[in-house]
Design a protein around this ligand. Structure first.
Ligand code: ATP
Ligand code: MG
Length: 472
């Protein structure tokens, strides 16, 4: 059953019970009060009749010492009409409780008389046919006789009023319940609206629409729940977006990797097949072996680079405070002046948190890219600046440059702007991917500015503080 249905059912049950019980109590209370009043009046009437009887008995001629049964009948008959025109119901019995006089319709038994004590009254409520009466009884002392006087007072009206009261209350309860169902249906559906909206949102999200948000329609706890749910959805959407991005990146990586493997492998297999199937002259054999060697070397470089990326990701960094000088001395020793390239190194004194060998790898990769992009004899400037934001390294070349639309892609694994050019220079398209990983572990990132035909500047900033240690 729906929550709103339960709410409706329970309020209906509670209202039915409360109205029913209070109605029953109220009608019964009114009934008891009325009955008590009638009983009082019936007893009063009995008392008056008793007194009247005794007085009338005194007026009977004194020639008899004992009140005769005929006189009793006479007095009783007079009392029955009582000069009021309305017939009273009374009954007179003698000492043995034998009826001496009874009004028409006084047809009940004399059991009440057993409870009558001298000078006291008794009563009981009885039903004769479909009518209700209060039967009263008392003893009468008249002319040496102890007689019994009983009266009947019709109280059917009081019972009829009680039945009427119950009927009215039943109808009122039914009407109230109908009204309650109408009102509660409205209230319940209003109260449960946030729950329905939340359910809708969960369904939409389960069906894959993570951008769906539940509408907030109240400011109570349910409104708060809706707000919290929406915050959770936002977090979920972001996480799922990230995961999807990662899955996509992984798929792209695997696709690119397979493709990058295929090219050198095809060459290796082709040349190897040629070598084993035909007898080639020495020059051609040497050429084939050379192809196999260079392609094999490329595969080796690629696998080493990949391994570097995986190991870096897994092991994190071992950062320490390093002087800028350490890096520049290393680079000077690596890139000795030769006829091929013109290297210019200049730097400010400075200290930074860094994993020395990893940052050396980044710098070597950037210089390697700069060399590959430049013509023989090209100038490559490697500089270090100590600034407010941290220590900044830049590697600048005046080579072919990178088109603007490619800038965002070149850090992806295996991405090369000009594949044949990069391959001819032993590029695997992994250098910048590795640099990005390493810099991310240092809390930094690669910034590349380039102008096609004019050259490229690649740079990054390392912090002097101890933040670097946290990126491990
Ligand atoms: P690897 O570094 O794995 O030997 P790679 O140099 O081709 O191979 P990345 O260093 O990742 O790979 O560079 C990706 C691509 O970005 C290069 O293939 C090249 O097309 C472009 N690129 C990178 N640096 C420069 C640069 N300084 N000038 C022009 N193009 C560049
Ligand atoms: Mg490179």
């Amino acid at each position: 059953m729906k929550f709103s249905g339960k709410l409706l059912l329970w309020t209906t049950i509670i209202i039915a019970l409360t109205l029913g019980l209070s109605g029953y109590y109220f009608v019964n209370y009114v009934f008891r009060t009325s009955l008590q009043r009638e009983i009082g009046q019936a007893l009063d009437e009995n008392s008056i009749l008793r007194f009247a009887f005794e007085t009338a008995a005194l007026n009977v001629p004194v020639k008899y010492n004992l009140l005769q049964d005929s006189s009793v009948e006479q007095i009783a008959s007079n009392l029955e009409t009582g000069g009021q025109g309305t017939g009273r119901l009374l009954r007179i019995s003698d000492e043995e409780k034998l009826v001496l006089y009874a009004s028409d319709g006084f047809e009940t038994d004399g059991a009440l008389l057993d409870t009558v004590q001298e000078n006291q009254y008794s009563y009981r409520v009885i039903r004769l046919g479909d009518r209700y009466y209060i039967q009263t009884g008392s003893s009468v002392n008249a002319l040496g006789r102890v007689l019994h006087l009983e009266t009947l007072r019709d109280v059917s009206q009081v019972f009829a009023e009680r039945d009427m009261g119950f009927t009215v209350f039943r109808r009122l309860t039914a009407l109230m319940l109908l009204l309650d169902i109408g009102i509660m249906y409205f209230i319940a559906s209003k109260l449960t609206q946030p729950i329905r909206l939340l359910m809708q949102a969960t369904k939409e999200m389960a069906a894959g629409d993570y951008s769906y948000r539940a509408r907030k329609v109240s400011n109570d706890e349910l409104g708060q729940l809706t707000q919290d749910f929406n915050h959770m959805s936002e977090a979920l959407e972001q996480t799922i977006g990230q995961l999807e991005g990662e899955v996509q990146a992984r798929e792209d990586f695997v696709g690119a990797f397979a493709h990058e493997l295929k090219t050198p492998l095809t060459s290796i297999i082709g040349y190897a097949d040629m070598l084993r199937s035909r007898k080639l002259d020495e020059e051609k054999s040497l050429l084939s072996a050379n192809y196999i060697y260079t392609e094999g070397k490329r595969l080796e470089t690629m696998s080493l680079r990949l391994l570097d990326i995986i190991v870096t990701k897994k092991e994190g960094i071992r950062a320490q405070k390093v002087q800028a000088e350490v890096f520049f001395e290393y680079l000077r020793s690596m890139f000795l002046p030769n006829g091929d390239m013109e290297f210019v190194f200049s730097y400010d004194e400075g200290v930074m948190w860094a994993d020395v060998s990893l940052i050396q790898t980044v710098l070597v990769n950037l210089i390697d890219n700069a060399c590959k992009a430049s013509e023989t004899g090209g100038r490559i400037e490697v500089k270090g600046y100590a600034g407010q934001a941290g220590y900044r390294f830049t590697v600048r070349d005046f080579g072919i440059g990178i088109p603007g639309e490619e800038l965002s892609k070149i850090t992806q694994a295996f991405y090369m702007v000009d594949k044949s050019r990069s391959r001819s220079r032993n590029g695997a398209g992994l250098g910048l991917a590795l640099c990005t990983e390493i810099l991310a572990l240092h809390g930094s990132q690669l910034e590349i500015e380039s102008m096609p035909g004019e050259g490229t500047t690649a740079g990054f900033i390392l912090q002097e503080g101890e933040d670097g240690r946290e990126h491990g």
